[in-house]
Ligand binder design. Sequence first.
Ligand SMILES: *[C@@H]1O[C@H](CO)[C@@H](O)[C@H](O)[C@H]1NC(C)=O
Length: 504
Amino acid sequence: MGYKPVSAQRQTRGRGCRPVLVATAFVSLLLFYLHRSRVSSYPDLSVTDDAVGPFCPDSALQDDVLVVLRTGATEALEKLPVHFDTTLRCVPHYVIYSDMEEDMGSHHLYDILDQVNETVKNTAPEFDLYKRLRAQGRRGLYYQTVFGTGPAGAVENPGWKLDKWKFLPMVERALQHRHGAKWFVFIESDTYLIWPTLLAYLGQFDAGKPHYIGKPMLIGDDLFAHGGSGFVLSRPAAERVARHWRAHEAAYDAYTMDEWAGDLVLGQVLRDAGIELLWALPHFQGTSLDALDWATAELDKLAWCYAPATFHHMNKPTAKMLWAFEQRWHRQQHAQRTHEPMRYRDIFRGLVRGQLRADAWGWDNLASGIAEYRADTPMGPDATAVERQAPKSRDKCHAACLARPSCLMFSFVPGSCMVSDELRLGHTATEQCREYSGPAGKCVRWSRDVDAVATGWDKGKAKGKDSVRSGWMLDRVQKFLGQLDARCTSPEGNDWVLNRYRIL
Ligand SMILES: *[C@@H]1O[C@H](CO)[C@@H](O)[C@H](O)[C@H]1NC(C)=O
């Protein structure tokens, strides 16, 4: 697969702006370096990227793929623009399905719920939101003030509850939307798609056979591809879903009414239609780039050796950062005439490693895993003097990490020291993450008030961004990377995951 700049028009426009951009880049870099002596922040790689337009894969397969982005009126304005500014610039065929018909700039959002059975619409309470949207457009949203996302956010969010009804109509409509498409790739508004990798991966399969490919999720006995991590159906699989759904529509309506997630409902239809899920781990990634443990292994496969096709829970700055890196990486590959897939280890070395520091202020690296030393929690009789001191200062927390040979990183706020044998990037933070919940994509924290009482943490004294300090044991990390590399020598280390994996 080769690469080419996306359009001559964009290039020309880019060239005209270049002196301004170079000046902007210089000032930004200067500010960045002045700034980073104290406050950690993401490097602004995007400045150079926009000067020449996106660099996109030149793959014969790209016209065979329809990317389907599923969203809702409660989140579209906030979460879609970053897709238009990054990955979708390289995707020739995509469609956006929502719970309200509207235009966003030059993009059209289709109402995918319009064909849901009227009886359902009049029975399921979540359709109150839908009816309001139909009657009043965006004004219909104002009666609701707080919207979360996903099962761990606001389960009561009517936008979230509506979402489960989109999955089956979405598959049928996607088939009609692009008759020539052989593959349908379904993503959500916080899914980051690594388009060149996905194309290379799909190129390994026979599109004429039914395929259902994604990150497996098991709830009770229900196995399905996790929606937020993105998943793929080949045309024969999508056709079977649409047929099977329409043939048993009332039953699936009843089933959807009782279940809470649409990806689960779709998984059930696929199972009923006799199509098994390919467990595409670690290509479809349920965690975001900043929260990922880079030593993670799934189904005995060390992610480090493989190429991710998606990340989930990606916020705007992280998506922009990865896009800028992706662009730089593919340009480099093109210049060197090599076309290796961009593996986890490439992303770590090229993007993450340079951001790890011995002492990062206003940054939480999400350290957890070995121990949490807290001033307000009595330690057992076995605790060493170093461990007892750990919650007292950043340096004492660092010493506690040093005393544990497997410790790679730590995070500190007055009264609490977390040490970890995992390797994560993390993000800017004013509060310490005590435990990271992967499926929810959220940090579990003490509430501020509990923290304040328990640890003597003083809101007035904590200076905003400086309230969390993190550090990585850089020499240990260096050695650790060598150990990870050494585990990529197995023959399958460089391969795509193509075989089914069965639980029983
Ligand atoms: C809608 O669902 C109800 C209840 O299952 C059913 O009786 C009715 O025929 C359905 N309507 C259509 C148009 O399919």
